[in-house]
Design a protein around this ligand. Structure first.
Ligand code: IMP
Ligand code: MG
Length: 181
C-alpha cells in the first residue's frame, strides 16, 4: 500500500473554507449574483462545502479539463473535456479549483473564459504548490500553500483514487505495490 501522510486535517479544511467563504461573501456583497465554476473532478467537494457557506446569491456550473499526455504537440498542454452549460457573459465569475500546480490548467481556463466577456473573473483555489508554478496566474483566494508533494483527498486524486478521503494527505506513489498476478 502507498504511504499516506496526513497534511491538512478535516477540521483545518473546514475552518479555512469558512474563512474563504466569508471573504468571498464580503467581496461580492454588492455584485448581485456570482457564477461559481467548479473544475471537475477535483473541485467537487471543495465547491460543495464553499457554496453552503456563502451568503451571496450564486449559480453553480462545472467544466472539465484534462492535461495532454507528455510529448503532445499542443502548446497549452490542456484540453476542454466538458464545457459549461451557462453563458458567463456579463456575469461575475468565480473559478473554483482544487489545486494549482504548474498553473497551466488555470491559465488555459481563464483565457477561455475571458474571451466570453464576463463582468469579472476571479479564482478560488484550495491548494497551491508555489514551488511548481511555471505560469503566472492570478490567485485571488487561496486555501493552503502546500509543499511540492503529490496530495490526495478532499477531491484530489492519485490515479482516480483517494478522492473521497475527508482530509488531505501526501502520498508516496513509489510505495505502491503491484498486485501479484
Ligand atoms: P496544473 O499543473 O496547475 O495545470 O495542474 C494540473 C492538474 O493536475 C490539477 O488541476 C490537478 O487535477 C492535478 N494535480 C496537480 N498536482 C496534484 C496533486 O498533488 N494531487 C492531485 N492532483 C494534482
Ligand atoms: Mg483540478
Amino acid at each position: 500500500m502507498p504511504t499516506l501522510t496526513p497534511l491538512i486535517s478535516e477540521s483545518d479544511i473546514a475552518r479555512r473554507v469558512d474563512e474563504l467563504a466569508s471573504a468571498v461573501s464580503r467581496d461580492y456583497a454588492e455584485a448581485g449574483e456570482i457564477v461559481l465554476i467548479g473544475v471537475l473532478r477535483g473541485a467537487f467537494m471543495f465547491l460543495a462545502d464553499l457554496v453552503r457557506r456563502l451568503s451571496v446569491p450564486c449559480r453553480v456550473d462545472f467544466i472539465a479539463l484534462a492535461s495532454y499526455e507528455r510529448g503532445s504537440d499542443q502548446s497549452s498542454g490542456v484540453r476542454l473535456v466538458l464545457d459549461l452549460r451557462c453563458d458567463v457573459a456579463r456575469r461575475h465569475v468565480l473559478v473554483v479549483e482544487d489545486i494549482v500546480d504548474s498553473g497551466r490548467t488555470l491559465h488555459y481556463l481563464l483565457k477561455m473564459l475571458r474571451a466570453r466577456g464576463p463582468a469579472s473573473i476571479k479564482t478560488c483555489v484550495l491548494t497551491h504548490k508555489p514551488a511548481r508554478l511555471d505560469i503566472e496566474v492570478p490567485l485571488d483566494y487561496v486555501g493552503f500553500e502546500i509543499p511540492d508533494r503529490w496530495v490526495v483527498g478532499y477531491g484530489l486524486d492519485y490515479d482516480d483514487r483517494y478522492r473521497t478521503l475527508p482530509y488531505i494527505a501526501a502520498i508516496d506513489p513509489n510505495d505502491e505495490v503491484t498486485p501479484s498476478p
